[in-house]
Design a protein around this ligand. Structure first.
Ligand code: IPD
Ligand code: CA
Length: 264
């Protein structure tokens, strides 16, 4: 019988194996294999190798499941779908910065039920199963609560296209004077886990894809955070927001009038 624990356990095993492979094979200076949405949106051979390994492991155990991966797109149409980012934070991976992660989520009938984010260089594997909490190294995670916006440390990220970044910079110019400070770690999955672990108070970003936020989003919500978009909508590539209830609404109300979902 499938249980949430089974999915979380399998996702964790696979994310750990992919992380070990990446650590073992990462050259001192990984080479850019291709670019995607812009010349700075890169993919390395190891993004592809990681996704291939993850797909092979899923298929070996659950051949009927659908898989959506950042590099390989969508395959299959089962009611169980695995959502995979083989390396989230590829630019950090390229430069040898420590915030990059293997992110794997499991969705059943459209609902994310398990999520694992392996922040490989830090040796930190964040796990969550719906209704069963979020965990790091045997410790249950709880996001920070009761932090007002003007004391909040807020993580964000930027897209790869110039027109998008122009607006993101405008929005940031409004946010920065109104919060404690901003962090740009370079991995949306790791940012959401940082909300869960209380290392930042909140996160917002225009543009993350479902493979960037599916697993980390569950880790954050299972740690007590709220995840969503503008005006009661779900988290999406238009805008993804995450923080404890209270701060979530304050951040939302700061962002909404800035029309942060547009691109130049
Ligand atoms: C990116 C990272 C980054 C975020 C970008 C994402 P990638 O993913 O999550 O933090 O700001 O929006 O595209 O390209 O490294 O897999
Ligand atoms: Ca990503």
């Amino acid at each position: 019988m499938e249980t949430l624990g089974t999915f979380a356990h399998l996702a964790e095993e696979i994310a750990r194996e992919a992380g070990e492979m990446l650590l073992a094979k990462r050259p001192a200076r990984p080479e850019v294999l291709a670019t995607k949405s812009s010349p700075t949106d890169v993919v390395t051979a190891l993004d592809k190798a990681s996704e291939e390994l993850i797909r092979a492991r899923i298929k070996a155990v659950r051949p009927e499941d659908a898989i959506l991966g950042e590099e390989g797109g969508s395959t299959g149409d089962g009611r169980v779908r695995w959502i995979v980012d083989p390396i989230d934070g590829t630019v950090n991976f390229l430069y040898g910065l420590p915030d990059w992660a293997v992110s794997i989520a499991v969705e059943v009938d459209g609902e994310i039920v398990a999520g694992v984010v392996n922040v490989v260089p830090r040796g930190e594997v964040f796990t969550a199963a719906r209704g069963e909490g979020a965990w790091l190294s045997g410790e249950r995670l709880r996001c920070n609560t009761g932090v007002p916006l003007n004391r909040a440390l807020i993580a964000t990220g930027f897209g790869y296209e110039t027109g998008r970044r122009k607006i993101q910079a405008e929005v940031l110019a409004h946010v920065l004077p109104r919060v404690r400070d901003i962090r740009r770690a370079g991995s949306a999955a790791a940012d959401l886990c940082s909300v869960a672990a209380g290392r930042v108070d909140g996160y917002y970003e225009r543009g993350p894809q479902v493979w960037d936020y599916a697993a980390g989003g569950l880790v954050a919500t299972e740690a007590g955070a709220r995840l969503g978009g503008l005006n009661g909508g779900a988290a999406s590539p238009e805008l993804t927001l995450c923080a404890a209830p209270g701060l979530f609404e304050e951040l939302h109300d700061l962002l909404a009038p800035l029309d942060p979902e547009r691109d130049a």
